[in-house]
Design a protein around this ligand. Structure first.
Ligand code: MF3
Ligand code: CO
Length: 236
């Protein structure tokens, strides 16, 4: 998982360099697919419940699971890039939301707060804590800025499958759910909306968007729980 995590993290670094006005989301998908091949990894999303692409690209009011295609990224857009890969049967899963060129101060703040909320969650990934301590820390931080956390989609355990038990919500009270123990691996992935938390799935069966059309951001890392605390497997 250290290897798959590192490849996924490096892919995001390379993708960030390629995100600028004029690029299509399909070009990003193609790059990620080739990057995984070169690094002896297999895409985790391609074919997952019929998903047709290597990565998810979620633009502006799209929350998660946007599908790469002919869409051209424009100055002022944001794009959530979610990618996952297996190395020798072990999965890494990570996401970042990038600004395309210059974005408004309001949107920049959304990106900063969402990334920092992920860090707040990661800090709770220690033996002895409970799963809900993660979501509580994320929700408390996010709502302090007047944003909302999406409730309909959650983080997850990860290992030989991309999605394993337990579910890791981005909200909740402290001290509930399974205890966090050494050796667990968790994918934390706050989805944060500028407006209300309600989302819906588009006709294509995949793309999740905010109901109010306001922008949404998504950051994700795969975390291993060590006796000493969290090891971030996907952050470069
Ligand atoms: N990366 C997503 C997650 O964090 C899963 C993508 S859904 C898929 O759980 F269908 F694209 F694989
Ligand atoms: Co995930």
């Amino acid at each position: 998982m250290r290897v798959s995590g590192k490849v996924v993290g490096q892919a995001l670094v390379e993708l960030q360099k390629r995100i600028k006005p004029g690029v299509t989301t399909l070009e990003l998908d193609k790059f990620a697919n080739e990057f995984f091949k070169k690094n002896d990894c297999e895409p985790a999303f391609l074919g997952y419940h019929g998903y047709p692409s290597t990565i998810c690209t979620s633009v502006n009011a799209e929350v998660v699971h946007g599908m790469p295609g002919k869409r051209v990224l424009n100055e002022g857009d944001i794009v959530g890039v979610d990618i996952g890969a297996f190395y020798k049967g072990y999965c890494g899963d990570s996401a970042r939301t990038f600004a395309v060129g210059k974005v408004s101060a309001e949107v920049k703040k959304l990106l900063e707060v969402t990334f920092e909320s992920l860090n707040k969650g990661i800090d709770k990934c220690r033996p002895g804590n409970r799963i809900s301590d993660i979501g509580h820390a994320i929700q408390e931080y996010v709502e302090g800025f007047g944003y909302s956390v999406v409730k309909d989609y959650v983080g997850h355990g990860i290992g030989q499958a991309m999605h394993e038990e337990p579910q890791v919500p981005n909200y909740g009270k402290t001290g509930q759910g399974p205890r966090i123990i050494e050796g667990m691996c968790l994918a934390l992935e706050p989805m944060v909306n500028i407006g209300a938390d309600e989302v819906k799935v588009l006709e294509d069966g995949w793309t999740v968007v905010t109901k109010d059309g306001k922008f949404s951001a998504h950051f994700e890392d795969t975390i291993a729980i060590l006796s000493s605390g969290p090891e971030n497997l996907t952050r470069i």
